[in-house]
Design a protein around this ligand. Structure first.
Ligand SMILES: Nc1ncnc2c1ncn2[C@@H]1O[C@H](COP(=O)(O)OP(=O)(O)OP(=O)(O)O)[C@@H](O)[C@H]1O
Ligand SMILES: [Mg+2]
Length: 289
């Protein structure tokens, strides 16, 4: 009878070196919209986050919501277009983005954290003004600038403000909506918002939770590591496409700017966060220089 309990105690104590390593460290978690569709799983993800906070880490959540936004736009019969994995954001689309990300998803995450016994504070756009934004331009194949409307990039993060909340025991939950000049709000790719938050907070880890095991190579197999050279090659070959382009690029940005470790993992695996943080091998793809 005791054997079973001893086994369980052993599992708990195996986490000790990892708890020591990450105690007091900032862990930024990008919670991708693609990994949010199952309510039970969502609950497990946020229970994991509450656990991390309780054992002395400082988790920060930046969430996405691509699929929910696309569904809401479809219902409203508003066409949507992506250029280089980034959504072109018209005025109408921005309204939907603010309501889906800011009102719906952000509040859902905050209440799930509270339900699991944690303290959470939601920030989006003008609420907290955590993310300062500027309009984003991208270049097409001929080098011409393309207008993406209200799509923005991060110009700054009010990280001291976040740290204040974190020290008080709160888990910040950020929607990737930034505020620019004259109070204009911008839709930001959640991966790039998360990477910037991680660099400003000098995070020990940036974990990008998505709906695939990690980055897949040409043969469809999972790549356990990816670097700048390989990323360029795979994007050129079209092997890395869509939403995986900003994700890998942001991972590389974070690793070059002081974030110690970046991992792209499958948020659909139950307890993916604990598996990533409390095992030697980890899961998914690690982004290295
Ligand atoms: N080489 C690749 N390896 C793995 N996934 C890839 C690859 N190339 C493209 N993808 C696509 O990238 C997707 C993940 O990016 P996506 O933007 O859709 O999700 P997310 O970032 O987790 O969610 P959200 O954008 O809502 O925050 C995968 O579902 C997959 O279809
Ligand atoms: Mg994405």
């Amino acid at each position: 009878m005791f054997n079973k309990l001893i086994k369980r105690a052993n599992i708990v104590i195996e986490a000790l070196p990892y708890l020591q390593e990450f105690h007091g460290k900032v862990i930024v978690i990008k919670y991708g919209g693609s990994a949010m569709h199952d309510p039970e799983l969502k609950d497990i993800v946020l229970r994991n986050v509450v656990f991390l906070k309780l054992v002395g880490m400082h988790p920060v959540i930046v969430h996405g919501g691509g699929p929910d936004i696309s569904r809401a736009l479809k219902r409203k019969k508003i066409k949507t277009e992506f250029i280089q994995g980034l959504r072109v954001t018209t005025k109408d689309i921005m309204k939907v983005v603010e309501s889906v990300l800011g009102k719906k998803i952000n509040q859902q995450i905050v209440s799930l954290i509270k339900k699991n016994g944690g303290k959470a504070k939601g920030f989006y756009g003008k609420k907290g003004r955590v993310i300062k934004a500027k309009k984003q331009w991208v270049k097409d194949e001929e080098g011409k600038y393309v207008d993406l409307g209200f799509t923005g990039h991060v110009a700054g993060i009010r990280y001291r403000f976040l740290q204040k909340w974190m020290k008080k025991g709160y888990i910040p939950v950020l929607s990737p909506i930034g505020v620019g000049r004259r109070g204009k709000t911008y839709n930001i790719n959640a991966d790039s918002a998360a990477a910037k938050v991680a660099t400003f907070l000098k995070a020990a880890k940036l974990i990008l939770l998505t709906d695939v095991r990690g980055v897949q190579g040409k043969d469809g197999k999972l790549l356990s590591k990816i670097n700048t050279y390989k990323t360029r090659k795979l994007i050129k070959q079209g092997v890395i496409s869509g939403g995986m382009i900003p994700k890998v690029k942001c991972g590389l940005y974070a690793i070059r700017n002081g974030v110690e470790k970046v991992h792209i993992i499958d948020g659909q695996i139950p307890h993916a966060l604990l598996l990533e943080l409390f095992t030697d091998r980890g899961i998914g793809t690690m982004v290295v220089r």
